[in-house]
Write a protein that binds this ligand. Structure first.
Ligand code: HEC
Length: 191
């Protein structure tokens, strides 16, 4: 400041205190206004600069992705009728069978006759035999009894397909099945 000559004293006085006139540097003032002008363009235009969808669309996408990964939502997205239909859909069954062979056969046996886990081909169910009940058991598991939860390991679609595949095993009467466990359930929407 010393090299700018005499500092200018402003005319007013507050309780005897006076102040010098020290304006912000011009470049600083320009950057300040530029950032304010930049904000609405950045925030509201869909894709103002370069690639990408803009902040709001990105936020919506993130929220949607998060919600679809929530277990409760996954379970709520399928109905008895949908699972029943999938259990008659060849492509869904083929996918379900592959998922089953990889993840489930070790405990429930390749043909579903039961080993560590119960027989999946009979009409007896510990946790209910309606399509959504079977789906739910697979999704959340029964950890204390040794049935793992699959909702975080399988994709929602795989979960639907493997549930449909399990439903399709009913009545297949494999040899040497595990003794029935649970109570009889003839699912209302299955047949
Ligand atoms: C580590 C062994 C194990 C694996 C792997 C396993 N299960 Fe199970 N599963 C069990 C056991 C044990 C039970 C019995 C739980 C109980 O007694 O409550 C069970 C129960 C079930 C039930 C409920 C049966 C009923 O009577 O209510 C279904 C349906 C089922 N499993 C499907 C599957 C599917 C589908 C997979 C593969 C994605 C799978 N399980 C993988 C051990 C396993």
């Amino acid at each position: 400041m010393a090299d700018q000559g005499e500092d200018k004293l402003l005319g007013h006085s507050y309780d005897g205190i006076q102040e010098y006139d020290n304006p912000m540097p011009r470049w600083w003032v320009w950057v300040f206004w530029a950032t304010i002008i930049f904000v609405p363009f950045y925030y509201f235009l869909p894709a103002p600069f370069g690639e990408g969808e803009g902040v709001i669309a990105q936020y919506d996408a993130d929220v949607a992705q998060h919600q679809s990964s929530q277990p409760a939502q996954v379970a709520a997205t399928v109905t008895d009728d949908e699972l029943h239909e999938l259990s008659e859909d060849a492509a869904a069954l083929a996918d379900g069978k592959a998922v089953y062979a990889t993840n489930c056969a070790a405990c429930h046996r390749a043909d579903g006759g039961g080993l560590i886990g119960p027989n999946l081909t009979d009409d007896m169910w510990i946790h209910g035999g309606a399509p959504t009940q079977v789906h739910h058991t697979i999704a959340v598991g029964v950890l204390e009894k040794g049935m793992p939860p699959w909702e975080r390991i399988l994709k929602p679609e795989q979960l639907n397909h493997v549930a449909a595949y399990v439903l399709s095993l009913r009545g297949t009467n494999p040899p040497n099945p595990k003794a029935p466990e649970g109570t009889a359930a003839t699912p209302s929407s299955g047949s």
